[in-house]
Design a protein around this ligand. Structure first.
Ligand SMILES: *Cc1c(COP(=O)(O)O)cnc(C)c1O
Length: 373
């Protein structure tokens, strides 16, 4: 059960929710990586194993979002992302578990091996994939699909926003913050001074900051921006924090009201590399370092950049004497068994390019030291 309902039992039944993941996710000490970085107390939060067959950060949000889709008796969900979107894939995986059709509208992104793997998994799942040339074409296709499904199936699809981020989706990460506080209470790790994670649509980092606040933890959130600053910025983060807080507090008056502060949530801007999905040298090095020291596979779009920030801050002496948590948001469940031997040519033609052109150079061999933990 999500820690949000454990601590605020009256929310159970008032918020839409279906259990999909396995919580709490483990926390582990990273002695080898910590040794390499000179961070004695370095821990990892294993949201990479948050569910089977597919882990990562999106399940916590989808428990609420798909819960609402089921509550509204929707037969289809529609969502958005880049061609290799982990969010679109997680949505497809768990929509299927709830008996709901998934339609994914995807825009182009730079090629990487994870893009091809995710697309093949969609093929395996039977996701209705549509390639979109632009964000305005996403909007047009959404309207057209609303009309079509109402006519043909009698109801519009449940719309899940990009990255699963809304006050309802972010509530999943408020629960994650409370879950960590409980693990600290149980003595599984000392109270972290800071937690590093990527900042995309912001639901994870903002929800976590609110969860830490509500739990009375002192842990700062270092949110490493991996998308354009016009999307992820302090103003939008503060608004999402407020809206999520207001939404939960309206349902349970014992949940406090908090102010978003820069001391609680810091946006780290220097590791983005100028474009979503573009691997950076520091990010690729961080991916390799994690594979070599802890045997865990990261990737260059999100988690490599978040770890690169941690590595750089450690090198600059900013984490001296601190307890540091790396929150792993990337799925580590192996689904190669499901996609081995699948023919990409059965995907819509617009997606063939991710199999017929090379991946970006920094992605070649970046996680070749990979093993499983
Ligand atoms: C989606 C995603 C993120 C970003 O989470 P947001 O809540 O959108 O900020 C981080 N890491 C990975 C691996 C993701 O797939």
């Amino acid at each position: 059960m999500t820690a949000l309902f454990e601590q605020y039992p009256s929310l159970h039944g008032r918020m839409p929710h279906i259990p999909l993941g396995c919580f709490p996710t483990p926390v582990q000490r990273c002695r080898r990586l910590g040794g390499r970085l000179g961070v004695d107390r370095l821990f990892i939060k294993r949201d990479d194993v948050s569910g089977t067959p597919y882990g990562g950060n999106k399940i916590r949000k989808l428990e609420f979002l798909l819960g609402e889709a089921v509550e509204q008796e929707k037969t289809a969900v529609l969502t958005y992302g880049g061609a290799g979107s982990n969010h679109a894939l997680a949505t497809a995986v768990y929509a299927r578990q709830t008996g709901t059709k998934c339609i994914a509208l995807l825009v182009h992104q730079l090629n990487a091996r994870s893009v091809g793997r995710n697309l093949l998994m969609h093929l395996h799942l039977g996701t209705d994939l549509r390639f979109c040339r632009s964000f305005s074409s996403m909007r047009r296709k959404t309207l057209a699909e609303n009309i079509r499904r109402r006519l043909v199936h009698g109801s519009t699809p449940y719309i899940i926003p990009m990255g699963g981020t809304s006050p309802l989706g972010a509530a999943g990460y408020v629960g994650a913050g409370l879950e960590l506080a409980k693990q600290v209470d149980e003595g599984l790790l000392p109270e972290p001074d800071v937690a590093y994670l990527p900042l995309g649509t912001m639901g994870s980092a903002v929800g976590l900051a609110l969860g830490f606040e509500a739990a009375g933890l002192r842990t700062r959130v270092a949110a490493v921006r991996v998308v354009d600053g016009s999307l992820a910025n302090w103003r939008n983060a503060a608004r999402l924090f407020d809206e999520t807080n207001a939404y939960i507090a309206a349902l349970d008056g014992s949940f406090g009201r908090y102010e978003p502060t820069a001391g609680r949530l810091t946006i780290v801007d220097d590791f983005f590399g100028g474009m979503y999905g573009r691997y950076t040298p520091e990010g690729a090095a961080a991916v390799r370092m994690m594979a070599e020291t802890e045997g865990l596979r990261l990737e260059g779009t999100y988690t490599g950049k978040a770890l690169a920030a941690l590595v750089s801050h450690a090198g600059a002496g900013l984490l001296e004497g601190e307890t540091v948590l790396f929150w792993n948001t990337y799925n580590s469940r192996d689904f190669s068994g499901e996609i081995d031997g699948l023919d990409y040519r059965r995907l819509p033609k617009a997606f063939h390019r991710y199999f017929e052109t090379d991946v970006q150079p920094l992605d070649r061999g970046a996680d070749s030291g990979e093993a499983t933990v």
